[in-house]
Design a protein around this ligand. Sequence first.
Ligand SMILES: Nc1ncnc2c1ncn2[C@@H]1O[C@H](COP(=O)(O)OP(=O)(O)OP(=O)(O)O)[C@@H](O)[C@H]1O
Length: 303
Amino acid sequence: MIDVRNLTKRYGDRTAVDGLSFTVSPGQVTGFLGPNGAGKSTTMRLMLDLDRPTAGEVRIEGVRYRRLPDPLRRVGAMFEAGGVHRGRTAYHHLLWLAQSNKIPRERVREVLDLVGLDRVAGKRAGVLSLGMGRRLGIAAALLGDPPVLLFDEPINGLDPEGILWIRNLLRGFAAEGRTVLVSSHVMSEMALTADHLIVIGRGRLLADTGMREFIEANAASYVHVRAAEPGRMRDVLAAAGIEVRSGPDGALEAHGVEAAKVGELAAASGLAVHEIGTRSASLEEAFMRLTGDAVEHRTGGPR
Ligand SMILES: Nc1ncnc2c1ncn2[C@@H]1O[C@H](COP(=O)(O)OP(=O)(O)OP(=O)(O)O)[C@@H](O)[C@H]1O
């Protein structure tokens, strides 16, 4: 479990993290979302004591990171800027980490197998592809078999196979009962990976809720209907007081109404319907709606 309490971080007069409190629970994947500059990476760095908070604190399994005995056995982290010595082989990078953390050398082979790098273990880290480098970062995070795992933008730049692999890996870790926190800007992927969401904007907490609840609360689903005579269909729906918008390819989107009601209105007016169904709102829509005001404006006037 990760417990963030009243966390604040200022850089000069810029407040990157602003009185943030939330808990990340074990047994599920928690997505950490926010627009660029929201403070996600700063928060994750503070979790690992890579930076000093201006106020507040983070406890991992009840303890400040710097007070954790054997930290690699308690928390594994993969941040984008990997901290890998490019001239070292993948194997020696992991061996060096294992030895400096009193982890048996057999574990190095185990994690290399686990992330599918066993065959390139002798290659220098600097020549690994982006996907392999990411796997090496994950191998390092797993060395101590920790119950808490942090991933900052793990799928950035990966191909579809790599993305699917990470998704299954993270879901597998959560199913084993670990605490998994992952940040990403790829909403479609986050929707498939995370069970719970922490959303921040300008350093403040905007939402701490289950995936489904988040989408339902922040974006509406609607009835998608394709009719032989879209103009008449629109008039019938509008006459019944239903809000109708134009969808792609002549389809209509009826809001605030059940699909059954739309079907009944069409039948009562003798209108042929070619396609009808309820379309769920997406995480992306919900995210955009919630964070619209919290987007960092990089150009223009004062914030
Ligand atoms: N070392 C630093 N010195 C000064 N300002 C910083 C520093 N690190 C972060 N910031 C500022 O703090 C704010 C939060 O940055 P942070 O990188 O944590 O956001 P983020 O949510 O991870 O963004 P992104 O999605 O773009 O990675 C930004 O305005 C950033 O410019």
